[in-house]
Write a protein that binds this ligand. Structure first.
Ligand SMILES: C[S@@+](CC[C@H](N)C(=O)[O-])C[C@H]1O[C@@H](n2cnc3c(N)ncnc32)[C@H](O)[C@@H]1O
Length: 307
């Protein structure tokens, strides 16, 4: 039975879940801070900002910055000159600072809930986020805050938000992976994954999938995202969809891998999965995204301007 949670509980579970996930987050999601990562992040911004990206941004604010995928790649690429990164999870911000130190990048961090940002009005030229809106209990309040801290003429850009239809379609490769897993493990000569740890040594209370259901509270239609932006006073609202084949391929492979002992998944397989994903991202971008409706893609992107 579905348990209804209060906004405070959702924020608390988000903090706990992402604190526990922080140490292995980059390897789990293949987050890259080199040329591949920079090209991915710039490509996402270009899809919705177009020529507005050309001059870059002086002061950026990232919401739910995690380990720094967006801000650190944009700083390194010179698209952003001064970055402030916020997150509700202190563990994520520690991982972000460790990444920044390794990359010799200067970045400000602040632990903050997206719905109550500790910054003065009109402090930033762009407000960014990747895979964060779907965790926020009160999106109207959050969009109000993005508008307040942004200077007139500044932009919001959010990417990686799950689309409702795309999310439903993704259950097909996930189910196919479950069915194919025994054969795949046999072909890889990989043992089944060990049972999750229990007791005091376990890194999270309860099972991870259970917590995921609590933290992932929204999937959007393109119209939903556009309405939140317009209602908060933004203009020039743009919504696009991205990743279809890449995403199916990714979920199928991730589903297979999750059934095997991670130490026994061959490196050659991991490289095939990563390169195949990048290749299909390009196929999606060139062939499918310009032709098919945004709603059927797995991820939605939103950009809008404060008048
Ligand atoms: C799926 S992760 C994405 C992290 C990063 N943006 C990336 O793409 O790798 C979502 C992030 O949002 C943060 N988050 C969740 N709820 C939040 C809230 N209410 N306010 C601010 N950040 C929040 C989480 O702690 C987590 O770091």
């Amino acid at each position: 039975m579905e348990v209804l949670r209060t906004a405070a509980e959702i924020r608390e579970v988000n903090t706990r879940y992402h604190d526990a996930a922080a140490a292995s987050y980059d390897s789990k999601w293949s987050i890259d801070f080199g040329q591949v990562g920079q090209a991915q992040v710039i490509g996402k911004l270009r899809k919705v900002l177009g020529s507005a990206l050309e001059r870059g941004f002086d002061r950026s604010l990232e919401i739910g910055a995690g380990t720094g995928y967006f801000s650190l790649n944009l700083l390194r690429a010179g698209i952003v000159r001064h970055a402030t990164c916020t997150d509700i999870s202190p563990g994520m911000l520690r991982a972000l600072l460790a990444n920044a130190e390794r990359m010799r990048l200067d970045v400000k961090t602040a632990r903050a809930d997206a719905e109550t940002l500790p910054f003065a009005e009109q402090s930033f030229d762009v407000v960014l986020g990747h895979a964060v809106l779907h965790h926020l209990p009160d999106l109207e309040r959050a969009f109000g805050e993005f508008h307040r801290v942004l200077r007139p003429g500044g932009w919001i850009v959010f990417a990686g938000e799950p689309s409702r239809v795309g999310d439903r379609l993704a259950s097909i490769p996930k189910r196919a992976a479950v069915a194919a897993a025994p054969m795949w493990r046999w072909a890889m000569r990989a043992a089944p994954s060990p049972p999750p740890p229990t007791g005091p040594s376990a890194s999270m209370n309860g099972d991870e999938a259970g917590l995921e259901r609590v933290v992932d509270i929204h999937a959007f239609s393109p119209g939903d995202l556009a309405r939140f932006a317009s209602a908060a006073g933004f203009a020039d609202v743009r919504v696009r969809g991205e990743e279809l084949l890449a995403n199916w391929f990714g979920w199928f492979n991730r589903g297979l891998e999750s059934t095997a002992d991670p130490a026994e998944v061959p490196m050659a397989w991991r490289q095939y999965a990563f390169r195949g994903y990048l290749l299909l991202q390009r196929v999606d971008e060139r062939l499918l995204e310009p032709r098919l409706p945004a709603a059927i893609f797995y991820n939605l992107l939103l950009a809008a301007r404060r008048p």
